[in-house]
Design a protein around this ligand. Structure first.
Ligand code: ATP
Length: 289
C-alpha cells in the first residue's frame, strides 16, 4: 500500500500536503497529530472512501483493507455473535465459521459473545467492532482513534488486543491517535502529522538510540534522504526542518563523500540521543495534544 504526493483540498482549504507513505516492514504504524491535522482524511483515502485527490494511491492486487473510521454500526439489541454473523452475510464474504471463531478467540470476546451488545462495556463494544471490520479477511486494518473516550485501562486492553490480533492474523495496522501513550504502547513506527503534512517518520525500535543528525538546506532534503536511506539506517526524518537522523556513525568521511558526490553538503552534523517524546515535543513546540 503506497501513497505518493497526495494532496487534498476541501474548497480553498489545503487539508493534505504532499503526503508520501508506505507501510514497508512495519506491522503497527501510529499516526499521530492534533485534531484537524488531516488524519481521518488520509485514512479515508486509504480505504477508498475518498477518491478525489491529487497524487497516487496504490495497493498490491487482491489486497483487502478493513477499517473502523466512523462510529461502529452494531446492533445493540443483538448478541456479539449475531453481529459477526450478520456482517459476514451482508458483506457476502466467504469466511467460514472457523475464521469467526478465530476472531472471537483472538479478540478475547468469547465470554460474552452470546450476550446482547447493549450490555457490553465500551472496550468490549470496540473489540467487537474491530472484529467486524476484519470480516473481509483483510491484510491491512485502518483504525481512526480506536481508544477515543476510553479510560486508561480500557484503552490498554483494546490496544494489547490489537497487538495480539495483528500477530495472530498477520494484519498490518494503521492506528491514529492524539495520545502519545497509546502509540508508544504498541506501534513499531510513528508518523507525525502537522498542518496536513507528514513532518516526521519515527522507527520506535530505535527509541533512545544514539543517532547522527544531519541538517540540510530544504532544497536538497529529498535527495539527501534518498542517499542516506540507501546506505544507512534512517531513524527519523523531519521534512519541515530538513533534518535526517541515522543510526550513530563513528566518523563522517564516507557519508560526506556520498553526499558530496551529489553536491550535497550538510549545514550541521551532530551526534545525539532521541526519543519519541523528544520528537513529539519538538514538533509541537512543547504543547501536548
Ligand atoms: N467533508 C469535509 N468537508 C470539508 N472540510 C472537511 C471535510 N472533512 C474534513 N474537513 C476538514 O479537513 C480538516 C482535516 O480533517 P480531518 O478529519 O482529516 O482531521 P483529523 O486529524 O482526523 O482530526 P480529528 O482528530 O479531529 O478527527 C479539518 O479542518 C476538517 O474540518
Amino acid at each position: 500500500m503506497k501513497l505518493t504526493q497526495i494532496q487534498k483540498h476541501y474548497g480553498k482549504q489545503h487539508v493534505l500536503k504532499n503526503i508520501d507513505f508506505e507501510f514497508g516492514e512495519s506491522q503497527i504504524v501510529g499516526l499521530i497529530g492534533k485534531n484537524g491535522v488531516g488524519k481521518t482524511t488520509l485514512m479515508k483515502i486509504m480505504n477508498e472512501n475518498i477518491v478525489k485527490y491529487d497524487g497516487t494511491f496504490s495497493k498490491e492486487s487482491n489486497t483487502k483493507v478493513g477499517y473502523l473510521i466512523e462510529n461502529p454500526k452494531l446492533y445493540l439489541n443483538k448478541t456479539g455473535y449475531y453481529n459477526l454473523n450478520f456482517f459476514r452475510n451482508v458483506l457476502g464474504t466467504q469466511v467460514d465459521d472457523q475464521y469467526i471463531n478465530q476472531l472471537i478467540e483472538s479478540f478475547g470476546i468469547k465470554p460474552y459473545i452470546n450476550k446482547k451488545v447493549k450490555k457490553y462495556s465500551m472496550g468490549m463494544k470496540q473489540k467487537l467492532s474491530i472484529a467486524v471490520a476484519l470480516m473481509n479477511k483483510p491484510q491491512y486494518l485502518i483504525l481512526d482513534e480506536p481508544t477515543n473516550g476510553m479510560d486508561p485501562d480500557g484503552s490498554i486492553d483494546v490496544l494489547k488486543t490489537l497487538e495480539r490480533v495483528s500477530k495472530e492474523l498477520n494484519i498490518k495496522i494503521l492506528i491514529s491517535s492524539h495520545k502519545l501513550e497509546d502509540i508508544e504502547l504498541i506501534c513499531d513506527r510513528t508518523v507525525f502529522m502537522k498542518d496536513g503534512a507528514i513532518v516526521e517518520d519515527y522507527n520506535m525500535k530505535d527509541q533512545s538510540t544514539d543517532v547522527t543528525k544531519f541538517t540540510f538546506v530544504q532544497e536538497v532534503y529529498n535527495e539527501a534522504l534518498n542517499i542516506l536511506t540507501m546506505k544507512y539506517k534512517v531513524v527519523a526524518s523531519n521534512k519541515q526542518e530538513s533534518i535526517i537522523s541515522v543510526e550513530a556513525l563513528q566518523d563522517y568521511q564516507d557519508v560526506l563523500k556520498e553526499l558530496g558526490n551529489k553536491n550535497i553538503y550538510p549545514k550541521f552534523i551532530e551526534n545525539n540521543k532521541t526519543t519519541l517524546r523528544d520528537q513529539y515535543f519538538n514538533i509541537n513546540k512543547g504543547v501536548e495534544a
